[in-house]
Structure formats: structure tokens, C-alpha cells
Ligand binder design. Structure first.
Ligand SMILES: [Zn+2]
Length: 272
């Protein structure tokens, strides 16, 4: 394979015997393996790393061909290139020459080619794992893919920005516009004005986003001295205080003293 520029064999004489994703079935001692998660190379010789990296895993205990014992990859070295990519060198001859935690420079020896594990002859099974998913190593070996740590950026979900000088509040169960206004110490009218899209302020839904006008504390109109429910009921009875008639009066009363206050006023009015 003269196209390989990132060599994995010290002699730079790599010859591919099986490509990644090969539609192949190999049966060995009654066990069958389908497909191919790496790329296989011959001829026998020293294996080198094509990238700087840190050894994160080594297996060295497999004496030869081993089938169905969890040792399909035989003796191996896993080398982390960066947070995203790991290189795997498999079926190595027994006798590790690197240790976990060891840092290797490009071109350093990783091990000697062997035929340990699920293997039908001396070869190197080389894998590249991208976030632990095996990918085709060939584009990398041919210099067409760089193993950079940068992961593809998922474009952020863009919401339209809130109107100027407002923040956002998501409606939860039990909320009403009146309660939200109280929570943020706002006049109901100011809250309604910041949410022109809400046609009926009595109809808001859980999960709905409400614009909360950011009124600087110094500009919040001081709450006028609170009149008692009795005083307000008397004013309404006499047509004073500018409370007007229902239904507008209901919202005014709620904005003034809350839902319970309005209820109290209404009960008093009913008795008058
Ligand atoms: Zn293989």
C-alpha cells in the first residue's frame, strides 16, 4: 500500500489483507465472527504508532490463538491520541514492550506482530476508535483525515431573543398572570404590556414563556397605601375610587391586592 503515509509498520511495507467493514465471515474452532472493525496488515515485523499518544490499556497474557474466551483481540495496546481518538493495535506477540501510562511519540515501537486471539495467521489488526466507535482507519492512514480532538459542533438551538430589557419566565402549574406579576413585583398591566402575543391573560399554559420586564427597582412605582377590603368595597358601592365595573374591575382588584383580596371584596359587596 504505497498510499499509506501514516505508517504502522516500522519497515513501512504495509500490505492490507482485509479492509475495514469487510463483509467477511471467519469461523475458528466453531466460533464465527462477522464483519471487520479494523484493517489488517502484513508482513510480520515491528509495529509503530503513527501518532503521539498515551498508552491506556495493555493485554499481554494471551499465549496464542484464543477463541470464545473474551480474548478475541489477543494481546493488544490501546493508545489515546486525544480525548476523542484511540488507536488499537491487536493480536500482538506476547511480551509487552510498553506500559499503561507511558507516553509514546510518533514512530515509537508499540509491539511485535503476532497471531494471538481470534486470528488465522500473523497480522496486525489496527483500529481507530472515534469516541469509542470504530471508524475506517484508511483515510487517516492515507493522510486524508487528521485525528484532531475537535468534535463537530452541533449548532445551538436558536430562539428569538427576548424583547429589549426583558428576561424570561417559563409558566409552571398553578401560575396565573396575576401570580407571576406578584412574584416579580410587577403591575399586571406592565406584565401584560410586555407580552403582546398573549391575547387573553387568563389563558396561559404550562411551559409557555412569559416576558418579564426588567424594571429597575428605583423605577418601580411604590405601592400606594393599601386600603382594606372593607374600604375598597365601600368605595365600589359608592362608585368612588375609580374601580369601575366588571369585568375590568376584577383585574384591577387582583392587580391591587391579589386574588384573595378581590374575593374578599366581592364577598363584602355581595352583602351590601
Ligand atoms: Zn482485523
Amino acid at each position: 500500500m504505497s498510499n499509506i503515509t501514516n505508517n504502522v509498520l516500522e519497515q513501512k511495507n504495509e500490505r492490507v489483507t482485509s479492509y475495514f467493514g469487510a463483509n467477511r465471515t471467519i469461523t475458528l474452532q466453531g466460533t464465527t465472527i462477522n464483519g471487520h472493525s479494523g484493517i489488517d496488515f502484513v508482513p510480520e515485523g515491528w509495529i509503530i504508532t503513527p501518532e503521539d499518544g498515551e498508552v491506556i490499556s495493555v493485554k499481554d497474557s494471551v499465549a496464542g490463538v484464543s477463541v470464545g474466551t473474551g480474548n478475541d483481540f489477543g494481546n493488544y495496546v490501546h493508545l489515546r491520541v486525544n480525548p476523542r481518538y484511540v488507536l488499537r493495535f491487536c493480536h500482538l506477540k506476547q511480551g509487552a514492550i510498553v506500559k499503561v501510562g507511558q507516553k509514546l511519540k510518533k514512530g515509537a515501537r508499540v509491539g511485535y506482530m503476532g497471531t494471538t486471539g481470534f486470528s488465522t495467521g500473523i497480522h496486525l489488526h489496527f483500529e481507530i476508535r472515534d469516541n469509542n466507535i470504530a471508524i475506517d482507519p484508511l483515510p487517516y492512514l492515507e493522510g486524508k483525515l487528521k485525528l484532531t480532538a475537535t468534535t463537530a459542533q452541533v449548532p445551538p438551538v436558536t430562539e428569538p431573543p427576548p424583547p429589549a430589557n426583558t428576561s424570561r419566565y417559563v409558566v409552571v402549574a398553578g401560575d396565573t398572570m396575576t401570580k407571576i406579576a406578584e412574584k416579580f413585583k410587577l403591575q399586571l398591566g406592565a406584565l401584560a404590556a410586555a407580552n403582546p402575543a398573549i391575547k387573553d391573560i387568563n389563558k396561559i399554559n404550562v411551559g409557555q414563556v412569559i416576558n418579564i420586564p426588567n424594571i429597575p427597582p428605583t423605577l418601580v412605582v411604590p405601592t400606594p397605601p393599601q386600603k382594606s377590603a372593607q374600604q375598597v368595597a365601600s368605595e365600589i358601592w359608592r362608585g368612588q375610587g375609580g374601580w369601575g365595573n366588571d369585568p375590568g374591575r376584577k383585574e384591577k382588584l387582583i392587580a391591587y391586592g391579589g386574588a384573595a383580596f378581590r374575593e374578599e371584596v366581592q364577598q363584602l359587596l355581595n352583602k351590601m
